[in-house]
Design a binder for this molecule. Structure first.
Ligand code: ATP
Length: 294
């Protein structure tokens, strides 16, 4: 059966009655899928449903054609998951920690020694594998998180907001790592930061307010914003006023003032020049049209 994850009318309502996810229809095939949305959009809730930690309260999710609520183990065998709140045991080394998790996941003891080494190499931690995790940087810890998700050579890799708290250099490194890992896998990467996925995701799914607002290629999202992006330069002292009035996707200080990229239905001023949308502009325009805040 094809390596495909299909969501049909998926919804999730928390016990208190809050509907965090509603009516999501989506089909995903190998490659990187960027799940983009502002905080509170419902991304983590959906990731937990897809990784079988929560059961959808509406609709269904099919992995290779099988309903994951009925046969969760079929998906779990092929799943690697890095949750948003992944924690490590600080007193252990990366190698010890991964060996421990390999045992918990039921990998045969003999094979697991080699597999731990492979996973450490895949995330570039082989040289520091025997150091205590307590001394690792945020980016290194996230790489340990990916290494543990790779132990069972998953066909579906789900990573939830993996770049939060990383410095710019670690962020870039982490993005490259995920791009390398995609290959024949389906990697679902959730983030609220456009630049995390713009170079790597072949497909985007954008959520806001619990609903899917867009799914398709980055190019299609940018095409939707065509004709709604402008560039203009204003005096620096007018920036606060402009921020209050306009939807600004980028502001850059220049010698002669502040250069703005603005999205909206109409030109923000007579001297604004229309420009081609980039992904950041297009995302902001989509959120604006769907009534959500970035
Ligand atoms: N245990 C819970 N009980 C009730 N409501 C919840 C619970 N967890 C999350 N929510 C609510 O569900 C909505 C979606 O939350 P979720 O964490 O899935 O969003 P998110 O897109 O992952 O955002 P973030 O990046 O901030 O985690 C939010 O309104 C949130 O307050």
């Amino acid at each position: 059966m094809a390596l495909e994850l299909a969501l049909e009318g998926v919804g999730y309502r928390y016990r208190g009655g809050h509907e965090a996810v509603a009516g999501v229809d989506l089909a995903m095939a190998p490659g990187i899928v960027g799940l983009l949305g502002p905080n509170g959009a419902g991304k983590s809730t959906l990731m937990r449903v897809l990784s079988t930690l929560s059961k959808a309260t509406a609709g269904r999710v099919l992995w290779r054609g099988e309903d994951i609520a009925r046969k969760p183990d079929a998906l779990r065998r092929e799943l690697g998951y890095l949750p948003q709140d992944f924690g490590v045991y600080e007193a252990l080394s990366a190698r010890e920690f991964l060996a421990f998790l390999a045992a918990v996941k039921g990998l045969p003891a003999r094979a697991s020694v080699a597999r731990v080494d492979e996973c450490l190499a895949m995330v570039g931690l082989e040289d520091v594998a025997d150091r205590r995790l307590g001394g690792y940087s945020g980016g290194m810890r996230q790489r340990v998180g990916i290494a543990q998700a790779l132990l069972n050579d998953p066909k579906l890799l789900i990573v939830d907001e993996p770049t939060v708290g990383l410095d710019p250099e670690e962020r870039v490194r982490f993005r490259h790592l995920l791009a390398e890992l995609a290959g024949e896998r389906l990697v679902i990467l959730s983030t609220h930061i456009v630049s995390d996925i713009e170079a790597s995701a072949g497909m985007l799914a954008v959520m806001a307010g619990g609903r899917l607002r867009f799914h398709g290629s980055p190019e299609a999202l940018m095409a939707d914003a065509e004709g709604h992006v402008w560039q203009m330069t204003i005096d620096a002292e007018r920036l606060a006023d402009a921020r209050a009035r306009l939807r600004i996707s980028r502001a850059q200080r220049r010698v002669h003032g502040v250069e703005l990229r603005v999205v909206g239905a109409e030109a923000p001023s007579a001297d604004a020049v229309p420009v081609a949308a980039d992904l950041e502009d297009a995302y902001l325009w989509l959120l604006h049209r769907s009534g959500a805040q970035a």
